[in-house]
Design a protein around this ligand. Structure first.
Ligand code: NOJ
Length: 731
């Protein structure tokens, strides 16, 4: 439909019809078995159901076709209904959770993963996905850290951009793509105390410099939608925050697409104490420029009244409605309201999609310890123990449509490649402690202690038989995602007990950690010969993990987030500010900025990860010692594979602005490249440093670089390397 036709359609619509384009209702209103995340079915009035412009949480071409047919036939202007869904790391084929995808340090692979997700979701009738989540996360207590690509603004920016590109492709009308939604705007990851939905308190500097960066970069790729966040920022809920939505999102970032609220967030402004009632909430949402009210019911109940009273102008309403109609038009829905709704049976997992997922797993695994080259495993007797050894719960709380039956467990994958007489399985313990507060999934086992004692006895038996014990531990999938904040980052006691008992058998211990967040691993490290983080790896989790255990693939992930010694260090991130009393590197440093009982930094820092081979970094240099604003400097290093296996190195460039009008972090990731090297091979890796990369939000409240000394590290992780130096001269 061309612009004039769209405007003519708008002009022909009644106020009620217009308002309803801005209303999103739960898919459960149309389908009894839809995903329900809070609101019961049957709560919306008939006219809302007949006219609401979009719905969420349902998929499947056959049933969506039926819903669409009925909807269009009843709609006065036959405007199609839009179907949205949270496809955040997979639809049928579930890829590693976003935190694991961040650990690949490979935006191209992430883009391909998003293309696959879009293809599968679109073939199931989905028009838009609520992804990527570009929230910066520095607090492991916040359960939604799993949905982010980590703690670094550059890594998050690159991954979020790649996801938008992958979901949307070049042409939204192409029925293998879906609209992307950058969320949750803004600073949702900064929730105080890591407690979900909590307030955030951020200076404008911190907001702009860190928290807004990845959204801003992703918006440069023209996502169709942005979602407002649940939290308030400096006392104003994001969903009613005009500074955020009007000044920053629309004016500064130039976002022209549809702004959608998070689920119920318009109405939650009442709970925040920011809106008096539903009518006031609807007004405040509109004033902030929220186009679609997701499921709070405020727009459907009061927006028409607000327009009739003149509190919301018709012009403002029209602008918002036109944005929604444009979205439908860009998706080609006016020409083909049944796009993606033609397949009889919907998308299926293919050999190719499995292969892509399997490679994504191996690229995301982070090897933290490998004492005396315990891994890869040799031909020997192996005992697979632990609650993650044979579970299909390898996806995540957001992988709605990924089916357990398609998921390959670690044990199943091991059984495919190992001789049966060389492997044994003994789960060893339950996933959670009996009194785990987050035990949504806990099975109500009578005689808890006896059950675990029995399981443990079996595991000890298997371990005594084996040469090496592969112990698969971690968080349950219901312990990360929305509303899963935790005040402890320890493994459940029952799992630690199993690990200790396995150690006592004297056998080699390979510990695999399945998790959606950083955990405290100090004790685990001490008890393990090899230690690897597997995240929540998805459909091909078992295959990917076993490929790496057996040496078919080398682990190449790097931590996308710092793993602390203890929860007391949170929020923890590598790009800290220096202090007036820095702790000396070696030595206790009384009266310096430190903890009495813990290191300042991480147990395993951002960017860290081992390989099955070793790399030597030599000849690190800068092409010049001074740089002007119009110049660039090349930073280069030669990386050599000094081991006897092929492997991937993730070469990281960090920069520090030594003196500024504002204190600058001790180092910040400025670029990275992942390279693959055969044994004995070497490669010169170069990075270009431009003046633009050195800009920050200065004391004068503007983006600028400042003259002076800069340090540069070209290295293997955020705590590694010897600094080089150059001077920036702006004139
Ligand atoms: C609430 C979550 O915060 C958001 O991320 C999600 O997209 C919506 N619900 C829709 O399911």
């Amino acid at each position: 439909m061309d612009k004039q036709a769209l405007e003519a359609l708008l002009n022909d619509m009644s106020t009620e019809e217009k308002v309803m384009q801005l209303v999103q209702i739960s898919g459960s209103e149309y389908e009894a078995d839809a995903e329900i995340t809070g609101i019961e079915r049957g709560q919306v009035k008939d006219n809302v159901k007949r006219l609401a412009g979009s719905t969420l949480g349902i998929w499947g071409s056959k049933r969506l076709r039926k819903i669409q047919e009925q909807y269009i036939s009843e709609h006065p202007h036959h405007i199609p209904l839009m179907f949205m869904l949270d496809v955040i790391h997979g639809h049928k084929t579930v890829l590693p959770c976003p935190l694991g995808q961040g650990a690949t340090f490979d935006p191209d692979a992430v883009r391909k993963g998003a293309e696959l997700q879009a293809r599968e979701a679109a073939a199931d009738g989905v028009h838009a996905t609520f992804s990527p989540m570009a929230d910066l996360c520095r607090d492991a207590r916040w359960g939604r850290i799993m949905e982010s690509t980590g703690e670094d603004k550059l890594l998050n920016s690159r991954m979020s951009k790649a996801m938008v590109e992958g979901y949307q492709g070049d042409d939204l009308k192409d029925p293998t793509h879906v609209a992307a939604c950058v969320k949750h705007f803004a600073a949702y990851g900064a929730a105080e105390g890591g407690r979900d939905y909590n307030n955030t308190e951020l200076s404008e500097h911190t907001l702009r410099e860190y928290y807004l960066r990845a959204y801003g970069e992703a918006i440069k790729k023209n996502p169709v939608m942005v979602m407002s966040s649940f939290n308030s920022i400096n006392g104003i809920p994001a969903t009613g925050n005009q500074f955020l939505m009007k000044k920053i999102l629309r004016e500064e970032f130039g976002f022209q697409g549809v702004l959608i609220s998070d689920w119920g967030a318009v109405g939650e402004m009442i709970n925040h104490g920011f809106a008096e009632d539903q009518k006031d909430a609807a007004l405040k949402g509109m004033m902030a420029g929220v186009d679609i009210d997701m499921c709070s019911g405020c727009y459907s109940a009061y927006l028409e009244e607000l327009v009739n009273e003149g509190a919301v102008s018709m012009e403002m309403l029209d602008e918002a409605v036109l944005r929604v109609l444009n979205m439908k038009n860009d998706l080609g829905l006016f020409e083909d309201p049944y796009r993606g709704l033609t397949m009889e049976s919907g998308p299926v997992i293919t050999k190719e999609s499995r292969q892509l997922a399997r490679e994504a797993v191996t690229a995301s695994l982070v090897l933290l310890e490998n004492k005396e080259n315990t891994l890869p495993l040799r031909k020997e007797k192996l005992a697979f123990v632990g609650p993650y050894a044979d579970t299909k719960r390898l996806q995540s709380s957001w992988a709605f449509s990924g089916e357990d039956e398609n998921t390959v467990t670690v044990w199943e994958a091991a059984s495919e490649v190992c001789e049966p007489e060389l492997i044994k399985l003994a789960v060893g313990c339950t996933m959670l402690d009996q009194d785990a507060m987050t035990a949504r999934e806990i099975c109500h086992v009578d005689h808890w202690q006896e059950k675990n004692d029995e399981l443990l006895a079996e595991a000890i038996h298997a371990a005594k038989w084996a040469d090496t014990v592969i112990i698969c531990l971690g968080e349950d999938i219901a312990q990360s995602g929305e509303a899963t904040s935790k005040a402890s980052l320890k493994l459940p006691m029952v799992q630690l007990r199993l690990l200790n008992e396995m150690k006592k058998t004297g056998k080699k211990i390979v510990t695999l950690i399945f998790t959606g967040r950083p955990l405290e691993l100090k004790e685990v490290r001490e008890l393990s010969d090899a230690l690897m983080v597997c995240w929540l790896p998805g459909t091909e989790g078992g295959h990917g993990v076993v490929d790496v255990l057996m040496g078919k693939a080398s682990p190449s992930g790097r931590l996308s987030v710092s793993f602390p010694y203890t929860v007391g260090q949170e929020p923890l991130h590598y790009d800290m500010y220096p202090t007036g009393r820095p702790k000396p590197e070696n030595g206790p440093g009384p009266y310096t900025s430190r903890y009495l009982d813990c290191e300042n930094g991480a147990l395993y820092p951002f960017g860290y990860g081992l390989s099955y081979t070793t790399f030597e970094y030599t000849d690190a240099k800068l092409s010049a010692q001074t740089m002007s604003a119009s110049d660039t400097i090349t930073a280069s290093v030669t990386v050599r594979n000094t081991g006897d296996r092929k492997g991937s190195a993730t070469v990281q460039l960090y920069v520090r602005d030594v003196t500024g009008s504002r204190v600058r972090p001790i180092r910040e990731l400025a670029d990275f490249k992942k390279i693959s090297l055969e044994p004995g091979a070497e490669e010169k890796v170069s990075f270009t440093i431009s003046e633009e990369m050195l800009r920050f939000w200065t004391a004068e409240e503007k983006w600028a670089s400042e003259e002076g000394k800069f340090r540069v590290w070209i290295c293997d992780n955020s705590c590694d390397g010897i600094p080089l130096e150059f001077q920036l001269k702006n004139r």
